[in-house]
Ligand binder design. Structure first.
Ligand code: ANZ
Length: 843
């Protein structure tokens, strides 16, 4: 039998789609739109299996919507600024631009081989001037609206990459890319005022019904709304300090108060700035990173001041004031009142400096003598040892009561705080979007006039310098505006700024005058379905939500706040891990399997098989998509990556799995040949209506599975479909019946295996391009059995069609000899009919 030549078929269709611009979006605004977007890749050089999965999922959806008659926007672009380009260029003595462009062209051709329904006419690249000039305009607009500002700040400094990291980019105290221990450093930086929108970003989450709950929870926690109060503590001591304000969520623990701790940057530090012990202490503190995680796990250290604080609820109690490394300057007031019995940090600190630990909350099942022993008790309970607060239920009742008392005495007031910090967007790097700012001789920042945009990145520069290469570009740095001399800002923008609005650009990628065309975004936005990895749950998705709000702010022409209506987070692609006898990771390519056991190809030594883990270069358990496509074809790769597990769960890659997907496509091809053969026979009548009925059933199943993202079930449906039709096709059917139904079958296969399905459609001369509907009537033509009871006793089962009326059931009974015997010509007193299930006759 003729084999299926996937190579020539796939190549043919990809060329055809490209030539005929099959997927470029012809915007007929009368049609309903569907904007399907997968996260755009960083052009590292090669696509990986994560991309294959992400884009296969998106492509299935885009093709389905297209067949349903939507105007589908399905674009692709490149997140092409960023450090790896600069580092790679440095290592290989290349221009980052050339490195990036080469990678883009390579990856683009790889993506094309997957047969994606992408509108390449809309391709964008964030490192192109045509893109970043608009980003610079947005920056200046945000600056005018005071949503961008510059301030001196402690930053997370990555000593290896020599750049600032956002808090989100510090993981376990280490840089997310370099893995270096992050240090604290004071620098003047540009910030986006994202915290201004804390409440709005929180409220917006409730409207995002088609987002996974886990992502919404992660964002909620990140925004971190806290209810509490500010307390004004009276201060005594030699210094001219009268009071210190603290933010607390637990004012009810005030009777357990034993110290105040200040951030080393608190304004009171100015009185100590010349003391050598304090300077040493501060240096010690800066060894811990600035993130909360780093502070929480690090050792707590303090520096005692000469001040004393008075307890507002008990003026007889005076406690020492310290500087401490665990207090953040940019949260609350940069000052904390310490209650060691009920907060672990305070507990650790009190133990170290021998401060009182007084228990003021007891858990529900303890008596009033309860005392905290080896660790703090932060849980709920009843207040004790707290004078007039005793007996209140903590924290719900006690916090509200204490705030009322403090407000009455004018010692404090209710306050809401957010953990979300402003977004530091400055990067001391070359390969990024230049910040359109220049400084005068007094170091005052001025916007570059919009008429002078874009501020272009200089090309062909020396990257082999320490720190930011732009600092060394004298020619580029020094400029004149209106005859006056200025120095350019040399920081570039965090690449997350580029990805905060790229989905907007896709709507009008060629618009020159501005970042978007109003009419286009009014039609296309928001994105209907966004698909990407859950690792972006906080960073990219929160920044994008902020960016839309920032553009909308004080802007009558733009009122989109939520960029992504639906979000789908796909699972990882996993593979077994292998190690050789020396405990080194081994790539699957270097292994062979003999009788179920794995050996190293080169010396036949034994391999230890480890657990399956998400594919990563470091564990060498990656599979190259290009080889897979070459050996098995794009359809087989798509089919396999969508099979087995639901798209939001991890999928296990296996050689056997991809090989069996390949075989399955071959089997579908042989079925196709049988169909063609039967069509040729041109039989005069249909043996039965099974083909029609089952085509309907498969349309229904696959449509429903597409709607629910149960793409793995579609693969299962295709297997069912194969076994059904390969038997059925042996029977005789009319040509028309076969063609009519086979067309529909091929169409519903086409989102997953588009090359194969289109080739088969072509073989039956079909230009069909709309999603088939199904006929519920045919679907339910199956027979049902109705239980017939007489006086409650089962007497018979009647076979009939669903939906039958009571009257017709009675007619059937009257034609049934056995039943008539039971009825024996007596009167029927009562009839109880449960539709399609049972009839009970009382005689
Ligand atoms: C006294 C207290 C007693 C606290 C107690 C907690 C437990 P969330 O819920 O995350 O908002 N805090 C306030 N400002 C701080 C700063 N700048 N740096 C570090 N910690 C700070 O946390 C609020 C709590 O974090 C506040 O409540 C304060 O400690 C601390 F049994 O006040 B608490």
């Amino acid at each position: 039998m003729e084999r299926y030549n996937f190579k020539s078929v796939e190549e043919k269709w990809q060329k055809l789609w490209e030539k005929e611009k099959t997927f470029s979006t012809k915007v007929d605004k009368n049609k309903k739109k569907f904007y399907c977007l997968e996260m755009f890749p960083y052009p590292s050089g090669k696509i990986h299996m994560g991309h294959v999965r992400n884009y296969a999922i998106g492509d299935v959806l885009a093709r389905y919507k297209l067949l349903q008659g939507f105007n589908v926007l399905h674009p692709m672009g490149w997140d092409s600024f960023g450090m790896p380009a600069e580092n790679a260029a440095k290592q290989n003595n290349l221009d980052p631009k050339i490195w990036t462009e080469t990678n883009i062209s390579n990856m683009k051709s790889q993506l094309k081989k997957l047969g994606l329904s992408i509108d390449w006419d809309r391709e964008i690249s964030t490192c192109s001037e045509e893109y970043y000039k608009h980003q610079q305009t947005f920056f200046l607009e945000l600056l005018e609206k005071k949503l961008v500002y510059r301030k001196e700040n402690y930053v997370n400094w990555d000593p290896v990459d020599e750049t600032v990291l956002a808090n989100e980019q510090v993981i376990d105290g280490k840089g997310w890319r370099s893995g270096a221990l992050v240090e604290r450093k004071k620098l003047s930086q540009w910030f986006f005022n994202i915290s201004k929108f804390s409440q709005d970003l929180l409220d917006g989450l409730d409207q995002l019904e088609d987002w996974p709950n886990k992502v919404k929870t992660m964002q909620k926690n990140w925004i971190g709304k806290s209810f509490g109060c500010e307390i004004d503590f009276k201060i005594e001591g030699e210094l001219p300090v009268k009071n210190i304000k603290c933010f607390t969520t637990r004012p009810d623990t005030l009777f357990g108060f034993s110290f105040i701790a200040l951030s080393t940057d608190h304004e009171i530090s100015k009185f100590y700035s010349k003391e050598s012990d304090f300077i040493k202490f501060k240096e010690e503190c800066s060894k811990t990173g600035t993130t909360e995680e780093a502070i929480a796990v690090g050792e707590k250290i303090g520096f005692k001041t000469d001040l004393q604080a008075i307890n507002p609820l008990n003026p007889n109690q005076k406690v020492p004031v310290y500087f401490a490394n665990f207090v953040l300057m940019d949260y609350g007031f940069g000052a904390v009142f310490g209650c060691p019995a009920h907060d672990q940090r305070d507990f650790d600190f009190a133990k170290k400096y021998n401060l009182e630990i007084k228990t003021v909350v007891k858990p529900q099942n303890e008596n009033d003598n309860f005392t905290v022993q080896n660790e703090a008790y932060p849980g709920p309970g009843t207040l004790i040892n707290s004078d007039f607060l005793n007996g209140l239920q903590a924290p719900d009742e006690s916090v509200i009561e204490t705030i009322k008392i403090l407000e009455k005495k004018k010692l404090g007031k209710k306050q809401i705080n957010f953990r979300l910090k402003d977004w530091g967007v400055s990067r001391q790097r070359y390969w990024g979007c230049p910040i359109p700012i220049a400084y005068d001789e007094n170091n005052e920042a001025h916007p570059i006039p919009k008429s002078m945009l874009p501020v272009k990145l200089p090309e062909n520069i020396d990257l082999n310098v320490k720190g930011n290469p732009l600092d060394n570009q004298k020619d580029w740095k020094e400029i004149e505006i209106d005859g006056k001399k200025y120095t350019r800002e040399t920081d570039t923008l965090d690449t997350f700024v580029c990805s905060s609005w790229y989905y907007l650009r896709f709507c009008s990628p060629k618009e020159e005058s501005y970042g978007f065309n109003k009419e286009e975004i009014d039609y296309w936005l928001p994105v209907d379905q966004y698909i990407g990895g859950v690792e972006h749950a906080i960073l990219h998705l929160l920044y994008s939500r902020f960016f839309m709000r920032a553009i909308s702010y004080e802007n009558k022409n733009f009122d989109i706040k939520e960029p992504f209506n639906g979000l789908f987070t796909q699972g990882m692609v996993c593979h077994e891990t292998y190690k050789d006898k020396n405990n080194n990771w081994v790539s699957p390519e270097d292994i062979e399997t003999i009788e179920g056991k794995k050996f190293l190809k080169k010396d036949k030594s034994k391999i230890t098989v480890g657990p399956s883990e998400s594919m990563s270069k470091s564990k060498k358990n990656t599979i190259d998509p290009e080889n897979i496509i070459l050996n098995y074809g794009a359809d087989a790769a798509r089919l396999f990556i969508l099979s087995d597990s639901p798209p939001d769960k991890d999928v296990q890659w296996s050689e056997e799995g991809i090989a069996s997907s390949f075989k399955f496509i071959q089997k579908l091809w042989s079925l196709n040949l049988k169909f063609l053969n039967q069509i040729k026979q041109n039989h005069s009548k249909d043996s039965d209506n099974e083909i029609e009925k089952n085509t309907n059933l498969f349309i229904k199943k696959i449509t429903e599975n597409l709607e629910n993202f149960s793409y793995n079930k579609i693969v299962a449906n295709l297997h069912e479909l194969y076994s059904f039709f390969s038997k059925q096709i042996e029977k005789e059917y009319k040509k028309d019946t076969l063609i009519k139904n086979y067309k529909k079958i091929l169409i519903i296969m086409s989102p997953v295996i588009p090359h194969f399905a289109n080739e088969c459609l072509h073989n039956i001369d079909s230009k069909e391009n709309s999603w088939p509907s199904y006929d519920e009537n045919i679907l339910y033509e199956d027979k049902i059995k109705i239980v017939v009871q007489i006086n409650g006793k089962k007497r018979s089962l009647l076979e009939t069609k669903p939906g039958i009326s009571e009257e017709n059931v009675l007619k059937l009974i009257n034609n049934d000899k056995t039943l008539l015997k039971y009825l024996n010509n007596t009167n029927i007193k009562r009839k109880i009919y449960v539709k399609d299930k049972l009839i009970n006759l009382i005689i």
